[in-house]
Write a protein that binds this ligand. Structure first.
Ligand SMILES: NC(=O)c1ccc[n+]([C@@H]2O[C@H](COP(=O)([O-])OP(=O)(O)OC[C@H]3O[C@@H](n4cnc5c(N)ncnc54)[C@H](OP(=O)(O)O)[C@@H]3O)[C@@H](O)[C@H]2O)c1
Length: 448
């Protein structure tokens, strides 16, 4: 069989999975492509460390990714290192040398995708990236080739397994720092988890999916991104009492007046499809007039699930499929995501002083924010009494303006936490203020 020679950049969690999977499935890969797939070189950060390679794999190990990208004997470069600047240079070099490229790196494509896809087209090469979004879920293929005609009106995604796993642990009452430490210990969070927790890992993935849905690229600054760093078990406990579930939701919404893009912690009904997506699992929900609702769900991280999608791309390239389609630039009208009204949950921590609730209600009323319900559990610490509040539908932008009026005014012990409530079938909870010892004196239920 005609050989198809691969150069891998990276032999970490995903890289090792790819080498092992190609070895285990070599006969099937040969049948499906008509070619003999051969890993001939692997670049790593530390080339002096011994590497366990499958029997019969004679790949040379190097510390120089560019050497692989420029090697005329290599047909395809698989980038599995991560990061932005260096992978951009390596992918550029490989495409300029006329090689196909497969990558699992959403960050480099979300940041420099237009430049790299254009380069791939100019050199008549493939740049494939199935594993970069939702690891095992073939969502890129579905969006590129698998859907009936007709525009997608809405895309909702749980696209970051680390956040999803941590939110699940908070729901069980585990403190945030412990939940994060557990995720890191079990290999589900990076040593530096900033991109996961800030929502930007999901933001990068949403940018890639948006490019496919709209057929044009969107700048990253069109996304509004909020993280899960300030969520606490008391928020989850409040939601659970009202049959809500908290998920970090990535959302693309297309309306006649424009599109909005956001990643944010969002309350959804605990019996909805996305509420059943736990731990490192990811899901993508698509809505369109043609097919109604379609949900794709699967493992969103891990060496083997991700390697499976990388190998699927390698097979496509070896068969000569998957050329990068042109994406003509379009003028998009980007809407502020919080501009249409939704109900919101707000958690305050207030000092135990008379009239605190009245001051909060007053600040909200000045911006026309109407309160549906207030709950103040009996406080443990009188310097930081939690108050949970639900608003009637209001644009997030208006609520944020109202909350900023509260500013550093001496009654709050920290900034309020605000979370949007997505359309819920369940009724709103009724107003309740516990008047136990230490409860905020003079507080009254707030009128709607
Ligand atoms: N892990 C997942 O579940 C998952 C899921 C989807 C997508 N991805 C994406 O897949 C990519 C790889 O992730 P991973 O989890 O496999 O990462 P990883 O375990 O940290 O492995 C990174 C690999 O890159 C090598 N490396 C680092 N710097 C290098 C350099 N300058 N030159 C050459 N090699 C270098 C490392 O070398 P050493 O072995 O010497 O340290 C290691 O082999 C990332 O883009 C990630 O976002 C990962």
């Amino acid at each position: 069989m005609d050989p198809y020679r691969l150069g891998l950049l990276g032999h970490g969690t995903v890289g090792r999975g790819v080498v092992d999977l190609l070895h285990r499935t070599s006969e099937e890969c040969g049948r499906r492509t008509g070619r003999h797939l051969e890993v001939t070189a692997i670049a790593v950060g530390d080339p002096t460390r011994p590497r366990a390679l499958p029997e019969g794999c004679a790949a040379r190990i190097t510390g120089d990714p560019l050497e692989i990208c420029r090697d005329p004997a290599i047909d395809l470069v698989v980038e599995l290192v991560g990061g932005i600047d260096a992978p951009r240079e390596w992918i550029r070099a490989a495409l300029e040398a006329g090689k196909d490229v497969v990558t699992a790196n959403k960050a480099v494509l979300a940041t420099h995708g237009e430049e790299l896809f254009e380069l791939a087209r100019d050199h008549d090469c493939r740049l494939l990236f199935e594993a970069s979004v939702a690891a095992a879920i073939p969502v890129i293929q579905v969006l590129q080739h698998g859907l009936p005609a007709g525009p997608i009106d809405r895309l909702l995604g749980i696209l970051n397994g680390t956040s999803n796993r941590i939110l699940g642990r908070l729901e069980g009452g585990m403190p945030f720092t412990e939940a994060l430490a557990e995720a890191q210990r079990d290999g589900f969070a990076e040593a530096d988890p900033t991109l996961d927790l800030s929502g930007w890992d999901a933001g990068h993935k949403l940018a890639l999916l948006t490019r496919l849905v709209l057929g044009t690229s969107v700048p990253l600054d069109a996304l509004k991104v909020e993280g899960i760093e300030r969520i606490e078990p008391i928020d989850l406990a409040f939601g659970a009492r009202h049959h809500w579930c908290l998920k970090s939701i990535a959302e693309l919404r297309r309306r006649p007046e424009g599109i909005s893009l956001r990643v944010a912690p969002t309350w959804i009904a605990d019996n909805s499809e996305l509420a059943a997506v736990h731990d490192e699992y990811n899901a993508v929900l698509l809505e369109a007039e043609t097919f109604g609702t379609l949900v794709l769900q699967g493992k969103g991280a891990g060496g083997l699930p991700t390697a499976g999608s990388v190998v699927a791309d390698i097979l496509r390239a070896a068969r000569g499929e998957g050329r990068t389609p042109a994406t003509p630039r379009q003028e998009l009208r980007i809407l502020e995501p919080g501009s249409s009204p939704s109900r919101h949950y707000v958690r305050f921590r207030a000092k135990d002083r008379p009239g605190v609730l009245a001051r909060i209600a007053g600040a909200l009323a000045e911006e026309g924010v109407s309160i549906a319900s207030v709950e103040q559990p009996e406080p443990v610490d009188p310097s930081a009494v939690p108050v949970h509040l639900i608003t009637h539908p209001v644009p997030t932008t208006v609520l944020d303006a109202a909350l900023s009026r509260l500013g550093p005014n001496g009654i709050l012990s920290e900034d309020p936490l605000r979370i949007r409530i997505d359309a819920l079938p369940s009724p709103l909870p009724s107003t309740r203020v516990d008047e136990g010892p230490g409860a905020t004196k003079g507080a009254t239920p707030c009128p709607a």
